[in-house]
Design a protein around this ligand. Structure first.
Ligand SMILES: [Zn+2]
Length: 178
């Protein structure tokens, strides 16, 4: 009863505006962090993809982009940056993959590519096609495995300022390079 009274007193002293701001702090802070770089859906303008997330994905915050006819689709840089890795791990793990350094500690990773269309050191923008979707490495069907990392840690993916659903499926329509 005492605790309840204290809580009521505190709430009574706070204005509605203060309560709203307090409630929004965690979400606003994390969205702001992700939007330090405005990452875009890494596909041709107007293309529709399913962004799949699941608890047994490795790393867990990764996204698999899936759709019918995925094989050979263009993969764009999801923001401006410099290509830092273009590597082929053969039939294991990421297979053919690319990492782009966007500055401020942020990188993106694109895996299981069929082919490369860039090289280490290349300056890229969202207009740049860096490779083609494939099923190389430890992949069982054509899709794009995608990661957004900050300070080397894989973060939950935000595209065009919107958070992807964890865990489940989000339909995304690319507005990149439109
Ligand atoms: Zn994956």
């Amino acid at each position: 009863m005492a605790a309840l009274t204290t809580r009521r007193t505190l709430v009574g002293l706070m204005t509605g505006a203060t309560l709203m701001a307090g409630a929004l702090v965690p979400a606003a802070a994390s969205a702001q962090e992700a939007q330090a770089i405005n990452f875009r859906t890494p596909f041709d303008c107007g293309q529709v993809w399913n962004a799949n997330t699941r608890t047994n994905h490795n790393p867990q915050a990764s996204v698999d982009f899936q759709r019918d006819g995925a094989q050979g689709k263009n993969v764009h840089a999801s923001a401006s940056g410099t290509v830092s890795t273009v590597k082929d791990l053969g039939n294991t793990s990421y297979g053919k993959y690319i990492v782009i350094d966007h500055g401020s500690g942020w990188t993106t990773l694109y895996a299981h590519l069929d082919s490369f269309n860039t090289k280490v050191g290349a300056k890229v923008t969202t207009n740049s096609i860096i490779g083609k979707v494939g099923t190389t490495g430890g992949s069982t069907g054509p899709h794009l495995h995608y990661e957004q990392r900050s300070g080397g840690t894989v973060k939950r993916v935000v595209l065009n300022g919107l958070a992807i659903k964890y865990y489940g499926n989000t339909t995304v329509t690319s507005s990149t390079a439109c």
